[in-house]
Design a protein around this ligand. Structure first.
Ligand code: GLN
Length: 202
């Protein structure tokens, strides 16, 4: 079975681990460099991308993790995790660094103060039954994808309301990212898609 690390510096670590185990993979927390060697894929939870960046550097994980990603480690980033996997960030702080890997530009806190949090139903490419059973997505001070470069593909966009058309899920090879938090709804289909990506990479 595949072993999936959950970056355990900040965020919903336990909920992601539960979802990963629910779809039949092993989940292990990752806080140290040595723990990177034992994993087949990594989940980067939501939280605050600036804080996770600082903690990655404080734990001497930033460089080694970036190297493993460049060498093809599959990774799934949710919300702040999406920001960390993006090549370009709008609205970041002056000293904010990102791991990169996804050929996308994200806008931090894109949905504005009025809609700090909101929920909507999505159809996601690669999750076949979301056509008939849309995935309920929860957004918490989320980024959206402002631009998708030629190496990445959009998997989902908002269907209704003021943010209609905004891209909120992307993939580039073994990298997957969503603006929303699938670990809070008990719907494990995004985690199942990621575990499938990891298995295909083994
Ligand atoms: N606003 C946060 C950031 O910029 C992301 C919020 C989240 O992960 N729920 O990093």
């Amino acid at each position: 079975t595949a072993t999936i690390g959950i970056l355990a510096l900040q965020g919903d670590v336990r909920e992601h681990a539960r979802a990963i185990e629910h779809v039949g993979a092993r989940a292990v927390p990752v806080r140290r460099v040595a723990e990177l060697d034992a994993i087949d894929g990594l989940v980067i939870p939501g939280g605050e991308s600036t804080t996770i960046d600082k903690l990655l550097r404080a734990f001497d994980l930033f460089g080694p993790l970036q190297e493993r990603l460049r060498a093809g480690l599959p990774a799934y980033g949710s919300c702040a995790g999406m920001i960390l996997l993006a090549d370009r960030v709008i609205g970041g702080t002056a000293d904010q660094q990102v791991l990169g890997g996804l050929d996308i530009t994200v806008r931090r806190n894109a949905f504005g103060r009025q809609v700090d949090s909101f929920e909507t139903d999505l159809v996601i490419d690669g999750i076949e039954d979301s056509q008939t059973a849309p995935l309920h997505a929860v957004f918490i001070r989320a980024p959206w994808v402002e631009e998708v470069g030629p190496r990445a593909v959009s998997l989902a966009s908002i269907r209704t309301g003021p943010a209609a058309g905004r891209i909120v899920a992307v993939r580039q090879g073994p990298l997957l990212a969503t603006s929303f938090h699938p670990e809070v709804t008990g719907d494990a289909r995004v985690h199942r898609l990621f575990v499938q990506i990891v298995r295909d990479s083994l």
